[in-house]
Design a protein around this ligand. Sequence first.
Ligand code: ATP
Ligand code: MG
Length: 392
Amino acid sequence: MFKAFLIKYAEIGIKGKNRHIFEEALCRRMRHALAEVEGTFSVTREMGRIYVLTDGAFDYDGAVEALRRVFGIAGICPVVIAEDTGFEDLAKAVVDYVKEVYGGQEKTFKVCARRAKKTYPMSSMELNSELGGRILDACPNMKVDVHDPDVYLNVEIRQSIYLYSETIPGPGGMPVGTNGQAMLLLSGGIDSPVAGYMIAKRGVKIDAVYFHAPPYTSERAKQKVVDLARQVARYSGPIRLHVVNFTEIQLYIYEKCPHDELTIIMRRYMMKLAEMFARQDGCLGLITGESIGQVASQTMHSLAVTNEVCTMPVFRPLIGFDKQEIVDISEKIGTYETSVLPYEDCCTIFVAKHPVTKPNLNIIRRSETHLAEKIDGMMETAFATAELIEIS
Ligand code: ATP
Ligand code: MG
């Protein structure tokens, strides 16, 4: 029945003179998302509106699913297209539409006719009342309410006639690529994929870095992170995933530093390395899945000490979220099941029984002087030998 979609987009604030950049980016992201769906689609902009037009049979559910992952879309309206062959045919198409979509449901409605083609022989007002009358005659359960109707039945007169009334919610946000690029520290946990999703939702292109510690962490743990990156990429678009061998650095810290400081020192080196990749990829910031107080390394004191090594802004979109709130989002975006698979990541292996929860920056810095001899070389090696996996 439906032959097209009208796309409603979010964030009125960024219209104005940048509006066309936003719209073009949105169209590009939509084409990208629809490329994998069965059918022939064309995404067009006309008169401040974005449409997906189809040609021939297509996978309706697949198209809706794909569009529901495109940031920047606030709503997806399935459209019935009727040829303009006179008012009687139009009235029949409208009544058929109402019967098909609302069946015997009790609804109040209002017809909203608009004429892009001004040569149409009836005015919008006439269309509203004539079509409203036809619907009332044909569908006894429907009532008119012009102030607060359940259903706005939109009738747009163009070259063809477009009918729509339903809006499927989109993800909101802004099209990826309209807001720079950032480097996600992606682990195999629940939090970091959600953090990446949230920043991508604001229009930011995402790259990622994962630290693994073979043979202490397994190939399965790495595969889990690749799988998570792939799931985030369904929303964010392609991700360049850097897989860094962190074993030597971790063992060196383990050998030279007090064990209750291991996690915090390790995290400082992770951030430094992540920034090296960020700079190389043209990123403007880092993203982590940290949330205040969740674990010892995420107390305010620990976050401050970790942050101290960074020169780029670090975005922590989950900072004020409770775990359950993060879990809810991970379930919604489909990463939860993968995240809870039980493979170790490198943090869980070298963790102390009683890690410091209020690290003192001066003490941490003093401990790090024990690493002076080899750490720079190790960092260079870790950077140079990282594996790049292109996630599409
Ligand atoms: P997550 O659920 O995202 O793994 P977590 O609760 O396990 O988070 P931490 O292990 O303290 O918390 O990690 C905090 C953040 O540091 C993570 O959200 C992630 O951004 C980053 N991080 C932790 N371990 C790694 C890793 N092995 N590789 C890349 N980033 C990591
Ligand atoms: Mg983790």
